[in-house]
Design a protein around this ligand. Structure first.
Ligand code: FAD
Ligand code: SF4
Ligand code: SF4
Ligand code: SF4
Length: 405
C-alpha cells in the first residue's frame, strides 16, 4: 500500500478531500491552503493522541473490488439539456430522477465570487447550476456532513464530484447507505483555485470590467471546440483559452493528480460520467456536434439506475476495454514548467497582473517537450491498442483497431 501524506509528507499523497479532518476524534486536523492554493491537512500535535485513525482511514486509496463494469455511449434526448451540459447531458437525467423522488443532489457551482464550491440542490432549478464542468478544484465546504444528515433522514442523496472527493465521502461515512448514489466525473487532473482567482483578476485588469461567468464547455462552436467563453458584467462575451490550455497541458494541477490512485477502470462510485472521445470512430451514427457522454455503471446500484433512466436517452452499450484506451484511465504527466510556475506563484513573481502572459510564455517555452510527451502518449496508446487487439484475437475476434490511433 502507498504511504499516506502523514507518513510520507509528500504532497502527491494527498488529494485534499478533508476526510481525515472530519474523522479525527480530537478535531486536531485543520485543512490549510498551501502556497499553490490547494488544501492540505495540518495536525495540531499538542492535541493529537496518536490513535492513527487519520492514517488508517486516509481516502487516497482505491480499494475497489473488481465487478463487471458496463459502459455506454449516451445522449440525453432533450437537446436543451444536452446543450447546457459538457458532454451528453447524462448528469441532468440522474439529478432529475433523484429530485423526482424527493431526493437531494450535491454538485459543483460557482458562487458570486466565481469560487467553485460544492452545494446541495432540492429542485431542478438549483441542479441546473451544477451542469457544465468547472475546471477548478472545488471547495467541499460542509457537504460531507450535510449529505450524512440527509441520508439519516432517509432522503435519497446523489453526490457528484471527482473520484477522490467521492472516496473522501465514503471514508467519512464509514458505511454503505442504500439511499446514497455516488457519481464521479472522470477527471485527468484538477487545477488550483488560487491560479483561477488570479486568472479572473488578470482578465478584469486587462479588460477593465468584471467577469460574471466562465463557460468552460460552451457548445456554441461545437462540442469539440473547447475554448472557454468569458462573460462580462456589461453583457459582452469573449473567447479566451490561456487558463484552459495551462490546465490541459498539466501546468496548474494538484500534485496528487499526476499520481492519481483513481485513474483506472476500477471506479469507486456507482456511476462514472465522461466525454465519449472518439465516438465518431466507435459509433459514427451517434456522433454530432452537441456531445456524447461515456457512462460506466460500476455497481449493482449503478446498473439499476441506468436501466431506470435509459429510456430518456439514446444509448448503446460499448466494449469498456476499448473505450478506456481513449480517455484518462491512466495518470497524466506533469508539465515541464509546473514546479517553476508554482514557485513563482508562491514568491509573487507570478501574480494577478501577469498570470495570462506567464501561461502563454511557459506554454511556448515547452512546446517541443510537450510535443514529445504527446508522441509518447500516442506510442503508449498504440501499445495498449495492440495488446487489446491481441486479447481480442485470442477470443476469436477479427476486429482490428489500428484506425483508432
Ligand atoms: C476538473 C475536471 C476534469 C475533467 N477531465 C475529464 C477528462 O479528462 N476526460 C473526460 O472524459 N471528462 C473529464 N471531465 C468530465 C466532463 O467534463 C463532464 O463533466 C462529464 O462528461 C459529464 O458530462 P455531462 O454532460 O453528463 O454533465 P455535465 O452537466 O457537464 O456535468 C456536470 C457535473 O460535473 C460536476 N462538476 C462540475 N465541475 C466540477 C468540479 N470542479 N469538480 C467536481 N465535479 C464537478 C457537477 O457537479 C455535475 O455533477 C472533467 C471534469 C472536471 C470537473
Ligand atoms: S484523508 Fe484526504 S485530506 Fe486527509 S490525508 Fe488522506 S487524501 Fe489527504
Ligand atoms: S492520530 Fe488520531 S488524534 Fe492524531 S491527528 Fe490522527 S486522528 Fe487525530
Ligand atoms: S485526477 Fe485523481 S487526484 Fe486529481 S482530481 Fe481527479 S480523482 Fe482527484
Amino acid at each position: 500500500m502507498n504511504k499516506t501524506y502523514f507518513e510520507s509528507n509528500k504532497k502527491r499523497d494527498c488529494t485534499g478531500c478533508g476526510a481525515c479532518a472530519l474523522i479525527c476524534p480530537q478535531k486536531c486536523i485543520k485543512m490549510i491552503e498551501d502556497e499553490e492554493g490547494f488544501l492540505y491537512p495540518k495536525i495540531d500535535k499538542t492535541k493529537c493522541i496518536k490513535c492513527n485513525l487519520c492514517i488508517k482511514n486516509c481516502a487516497n486509496k482505491n480499494d475497489k473490488k473488481d465487478i463487471n463494469e458496463r459502459a455506454f455511449a449516451v445522449i440525453n434526448k432533450s437537446n436543451v439539456q444536452r446543450e447546457n451540459s459538457s458532454s451528453g447531458g447524462f448528469f441532468y437525467l440522474l439529478a432529475e430522477y433523484v429530485i423526482n423522488n424527493n431526493g437531494v443532489v450535491f454538485g459543483v457551482t460557482f458562487n458570486e465570487d466565481l469560487v467553485a464550491i460544492h452545494k446541495y440542490a432540492v429542485n431542478m432549478k438549483q441542479c441546473k447550476e451544477f451542469c457544465g464542468s468547472k475546471y477548478v478544484r472545488s471547495d467541499l465546504k460542509d457537504s460531507f456532513q450535510q449529505a450524512e444528515a440527509f441520508l439519516k433522514q432517509d432522503r435519497i442523496v446523489l453526490f457528484t464530484g471527482t473520484a477522490c472527493q467521492i472516496n473522501g465521502l465514503k471514508k467519512y461515512l464509514k458505511k454503505d447507505y442504500n439511499n446514497l448514489i455516488l457519481c464521479d466525473i472522470l477527471c485527468h487532473a484538477n487545477p488550483s483555485p488560487k491560479v483561477f482567482k488570479f486568472y479572473i483578476k488578470n482578465l478584469e485588469i486587462k479588460n477593465k470590467k468584471k467577469v460574471k461567468n466562465v463557460l468552460f464547455r460552451s457548445k456554441e462552436n461545437g462540442w469539440k471546440n473547447q475554448t472557454p467563453i468569458i462573460e462580462y458584467d456589461d453583457g459582452s462575451r469573449k473567447e479566451e483559452n490561456s487558463y484552459f490550455n495551462a490546465f490541459v497541458e498539466e501546468m496548474i494541477n494538484r500534485q496528487s493528480c499526476y499520481y492519481c490512485q483513481f485513474a483506472s477502470k476500477r471506479r469507486i462510485s456507482d456511476i462514472t460520467i465522461a466525454d465519449f472521445w472518439k465516438i465518431e470512430r466507435v459509433i459514427p451514427d451517434m456522433y454530432d456536434s452537441k456531445g456524447v457522454s461515456l457512462v460506466s455503471t460500476n455497481s449493482y446500484k449503478g446498473n439499476q439506475l441506468f436501466d431506470i433512466i435509459k429510456n430518456k436517452t439514446k444509448y448503446k452499450e460499448v466494449d469498456y476495454d476499448l473505450v478506456c484506451l481513449f480517455n484518462h484511465y491512466n495518470n497524466v504527466r506533469q508539465h515541464l514548467m509546473r514546479n517553476i510556475f508554482f514557485k513563482q506563484l508562491a514568491n509573487g513573481t507570478i501574480n494577478e497582473s501577469n498570470i495570462i502572459k506567464k501561461f502563454n510564455l511557459y506554454s511556448k517555452k515547452s512546446r517541443i517537450i510537450n510535443k514529445i510527451y504527446r508522441y509518447e502518449r500516442t506510442a503508449k496508446r498504440i501499445i495498449r491498442i495492440k495488446r487489446y487487439e491481441k486479447r481480442k484475437r485470442n477470443r476469436n475476434s477479427n476486429n482490428t483497431y489500428n484506425k483508432w490511433v
